[in-house]
Design a protein around this ligand. Structure first.
Ligand code: NAD
Length: 312
C-alpha cells in the first residue's frame, strides 16, 4: 500500500533530518520553506547526505539513496506542501511569533485526517496554536540532534490535543524507526531537558567547587554512566543493581537520599565566568575553530553506535 504523505515545513537542519527519516521508510515527503532557494539547497544537501550515508553503510531502510532522494520533493507553496499529507512536521526557527504565524497559515489547510506536529525544543504547542480552529490536531514531536542517529522523539500534547492524534503520532514515528515517548501534559523542558539539566547542574556545581577538572567530569559520563545508559535507563539500572528495584530502594535508598541531601539545590545558573574557566580546559582539546569538525566526529560515532545497537 502507498505510505502516507509527509509535509515538512521549514527545510533547515531539522527539516532535512525528518525528510530523510520519513523517506527512509518509503514515505513521500514534500518540503516547503519561506525561501525557495533554501528548498533547492535542502534537496541538494539531502541527496548528498543520503549518498554519503549509503557509502558509509549507515543509510536507513531498504531503498537506495537515489530512490529515497526521489521520494522527497520541494513545494512552492504551503498549501501544495500540505495537500494530501496525513502528517505535517513543522521545523521553522524556535520563535513563538514565527511559529504562531506559520500555524495560523497552516490552519486553513488542516484536514480531518491530518496531524500537525512541531519540532519545537522548548516551546509548548499551547504557546502558539491555542487560537487555531484545528488546535486539537496539533502537538509537539521534539527530536534530538542528530535525529537520524538518535531515535528519541518527545511527544507532548497540548491541553486540547485529541488522544487519537497523540496515538497516531506515536505509531507513525515508531513505524519509521524513531523511539517516541509520550508525556501526559505540557511541562517545562519536556523530559530530556529536565533530566539533562539536572545532570549539568551537578556537573557545574562540582566544577565550581573545584572537586574535579572539566575533563574528568565529562569522563564520568563518557566512560561511566554513558555506556550503561546507551542500553539501560536509570530505573532499570536500579532494578539490575539489586534483586529488583524494591530491594534496591530498601538497600540503597537511604544512602542515596543522604548523598542527595548534599547536592546543590536547583536552580543553578550556568554563569559566564565559570563557563570561561571550563572553556580554558575544553579549548585545549577542541579549539573553537574546530567545533564544527568535532560535531562531524560526534555524528560519525553516533552513526556507528546506532548501527551497532541495531545489530545487537
Ligand atoms: P534552521 O534555522 O536550521 O531551519 C529553519 C528553517 O525554517 C530555515 O530553512 C528557514 O528558512 C525556514 N523558515 C523560516 N521561516 C519560515 C516560514 N515562515 N515558513 C517556512 N519556513 C520558514 O532551524 P533548525 O535547527 O532546523 O530548527 C527547527 C526547529 O527544530 C526549531 O523549533 C528547533 O528548536 C527545533 N529543534 C532543533 C534542534 C537542533 O539541534 N537544531 C533539535 C531539536 C529540535
Amino acid at each position: 500500500a502507498e505510505k502516507e504523505k509527509i509535509a515538512i515545513v521549514g527545510s533547515g537542519l531539522i527539516g532535512q533530518s525528518w525528510s530523510m527519516i520519513f523517506a527512509g521508510s518509503g514515505h513521500k515527503v514534500a518540503i516547503f520553506d519561506i525561501y525557495p532557494e533554501q528548498v533547492s539547497k535542502a534537496l541538494d544537501n539531502i541527496r548528498s547526505t543520503l549518498t554519503g550515508y549509503e557509502a558509509q553503510g549507515c543509510l536507513r531502510g531498504e531503498l537506495s539513496a537515489t530512490q529515497q532522494a526521489e521520494l522527497i520533493s520541494g513545494s512552492s507553496s504551503l498549501e501544495d506542501c500540505l495537500r494530501g499529507a496525513q502528517y505535517v512536521q513543522e521545523c521553522v526557527p524556535e520563535s513563538v511569533d514565527l511559529k504562531r504565524g506559520v500555524f495560523e497559515q497552516m490552519d486553513e489547510f488542516i484536514t480531518e485526517d491530518m496531524v500537525v506536529a512541531t519540532s519545537s525544543s522548548c516551546l509548548a504547542v499551547s504557546q502558539f496554536a491555542s487560537g487555531l480552529r484545528n488546535k486539537q490536531r496539533t502537538l509537539v514531536a521534539h527530536p534530538v540532534n542528530p535525529p537520524y542517529f538518535i531515535p528519541l522523539v518527545e511527544i507532548v500534547p497540548g491541553p486540547w490535543t485529541l488522544p487519537e492524534v497523540t496515538a497516531k503520532t506515536r505509531s507513525l514515528l515508531e513505524s519509521v524507526g524513531q523511539s517516541p515517548v509520550t508525556l501526559s501534559k505540557e511541562v517545562a523542558g519536556f523530559a530530556l531537558n529536565r533530566i539533562q539539566y539536572s545532570i549539568i547542574n551537578e556537573c557545574w556545581s562540582m566544577f565550581k567547587e573545584g572537586l574535579l577538572s572539566a575533563a574528568d567530569i565529562d569522563k564520568v559520563m563518557v566512560n561511566g554512566l554513558g555506556p550503561r545508559y546507551a542500553f539501560i535507563g536509570p530505573l532499570e539500572t536500579m532494578h539490575l543493581n539489586a534483586d529488583g528495584i524494591v530491594d534496591y530502594c530498601k538497600r540503597y535508598g537511604q544512602g542515596a537520599y543522604n548523598v542527595c541531601a548534599t547536592l546543590t539545590p536547583p536552580p543553578v545558573l550556568y554563569d559566564v565566568p565559570t563557563a570561561q574557566r571550563v572553556l580554558q580546559e575544553l579549548e585545549q582539546v577542541i579549539p573553537l575553530d574546530q567545533v564544527a569538525e568535532r560535531r562531524r566526529w560526534r555524528d560519525h560515532r553516533l552513526a556507528s553506535l546506532a548501527s551497532l545497537k541495531n545489530k545487537l
